[in-house]
Design a protein around this ligand. Structure first.
Ligand code: CMC
Length: 392
């Protein structure tokens, strides 16, 4: 069986070659298909970025128009999916509902199960998923709050349509605030891909068995949910709220984070790859200031976050271990400011990461990658004699 190298958590193991996302953790550089995250967040729209990730090039005007048209065409979801949502208790976490709904698409589009489909057929599946995720996400939320679901409004752009499905109620006029839609669009761009992170690696491994795109993405959503990964954005706000409720003493929580007997970690700090700063966190911090100013919101949680960051950046323990604020540290503050409830934060991350997952899944199939199947070092009993139940 040969010699096996053990690398728990794959800290030093490359699982694939990829031409999608470049990440330099020492220098804090992140580029999608060669374009810097700063340029894309400043100048592109989320749909343009999704096109870039999935097809490899920024779209020209005609390509973008036809892409938008196709996405818009598929925003509606089957009424039976509503019945599935109705079957969930209203206190269900929307991430659980979302990954179930994405998996359920395999039943509504069984042709997606065929691993030998043409590129055009796969492309249909891809566009359906990008179009339907916001609808499913908003409907999961409506179920949670016990409100009637809103149908997509195809006259609106991707983020505005999502916001309207989330927040419009039949008794009131709802006008999408462009400041809010733009802030959301930027956040989605910053989350769109991040090479072989836990959820993306999951999508690729699941897809490597030739499971369908929907099944693979559903698995990715589950992986993202955990608090060490995408679930950190919810955990950060809950932590900041707890610090606030506890009198705002950031030093007390710093001490907890450093205490090896305490499982508490400073949520939104640290990263497997970034060891100087997370370029996404830099952009988001600035955006949080801008969005709160534009919306005239004074959020005491932002002050606590800044206080915590300052203390952490000057702390020996954090300096030694190169722990810096990551993408999740400030994103929740913007989500809060634009009215997204805390339980939906990780769903927002999933909406943003979707094009990255899709691009990585496609690349994995196009590169004809072998099934993902790591080895192990066995540490159990060598060989034992079977004992009857009376003898045990
Ligand atoms: N608070 C306190 N100590 C920490 C933290 C933290 N947030 N993060 C890492 N450490 C310590 C850890 O205890 C270890 O110390 P020691 O060397 O004394 O044992 C050292 O720093 C290295 O940590 P690690 O857990 O071995 O590093 P990792 O690369 O396996 O984990 C991480 C990376 C992101 C899971 C981790 O930093 C963490 O749990 N952070 C908090 C959760 C979080 O914010 N996650 C979001 C990550 S970014 C976006 C995303 O993936 O969604």
């Amino acid at each position: 069986t040969g010699y096996i190298t053990l690398d728990r958590g794959f800290k030093n193991t490359g699982s694939t070659s990829s031409s999608i996302t470049f990440l330099d953790g020492e220098k804090g550089i992140l580029r999608y298909r060669g374009y810097s995250i700063e340029d894309l967040a400043e100048n592109a729209s989320f749909l343009e970025v999704s096109y870039l990730l999935i097809y490899g090039e920024l779209p020209d005007k005609t390509a973008l128009e036809s892409y938008k048209k196709e996405i818009t065409y598929h925003t509606l979801i089957h009424e039976d999916i509503k019945n599935i949502i109705d079957g969930f208790p209203s206190n269900s976490h929307p991430m659980g509902v979302l990954c179930s709904l994405v998996s359920s698409l395999t039943a509504f589009y069984p042709e997606s199960l065929d691993p030998n489909r043409s590129a055009n057929e796969v492309d249909q599946t891809v566009k359906r998923l990008i179009a339907k995720m916001p609808t499913m996400a908003a409907w999961a939320y409506k179920n949670k709050v016990g409100h009637r679901a809103n149908y997509p409004d195809n006259s609106l752009d991707y983020c505005s349509n999502f916001l309207k499905m989330m927040f419009a109620v039949p008794s009131e006029e709802y006008e999408v605030d462009p400041v809010i839609a733009n802030a959301l669009d930027k956040l989605l761009i910053l989350h769109a891909d991040h090479e072989q992170n836990c959820s993306t690696a999951t999508v690729r491994v699941v897809g490597s068995s030739h499971a369908s795109l929907y099944a693979s993405i559903s698995a990715g959503i589950s992986a993202l949910w955990g608090p060490l990964h995408g679930g950190a954005n919810q955990a950060v706000i809950e932590m900041l709220e707890a610090i606030q409720a506890d009198g705002g003493d950031v030093q007390k929580y710093m001490a907890k984070a450093k205490d090896k007997d305490d499982p508490f970690r400073l949520m939104g700090f640290g990263h497997r790859v970034y060891k100087n700063f997370d370029p996404r966190a830099k952009i988001i911090k600035k955006a949080a200031d801008e969005v709160l100013a534009k919306l005239g919101i004074d959020d005491p949680i932002l002050e606590i976050a800044k206080g915590l960051e300052e203390v952490a950046l000057n702390d020996e323990y954090f300096i030694e271990r190169k722990l810096y604020p990551n993408v999740d540290f400030y994103s929740g503050i913007i989500y809060r400011a634009i009215g997204i409830p805390t339980s939906m934060f990780t769903v927002m991350f999933a909406l943003g990461r979707l094009p990255g997952w899709i691009a990585q899944w496609k690349e994995m199939r196009l590169q004809n990658e072998p099934i993902g199947r790591p080895r192990q070092v066995y540490t159990g009993e060598v060989k034992r004699e079977f004992k009857t139940i009376e003898e045990r």
